[in-house]
Design a protein. Sequence first.
Length: 94
Amino acid sequence: MSSFTAGHTVRVRPVDPAGHTRAPRYIRGHVGRIVEAQGQWPLADDRAAGTAEPRVETVYTVAFPARELWGEGTHEVTVDLWESYLERAEEERV
């Protein structure tokens, strides 16, 4: 079951794990908007670590205003992110 639906505002967890992560550094800690759920997939971090049975999580397409990421731009940047990278945002900036 998915925790988020299209339109939810989320924050990318501001973590810096010791191992592999598919959460790009430039979006960590930033607020975005769920565009859609892409289905459930094995967590890439677990697969990279060699976990025999990687966790399976929902992957979401999340849109971020370019101006929030780089200080300029009128377009959005979309990134596909596993659910464990995300948390509900307390503030509605998007």
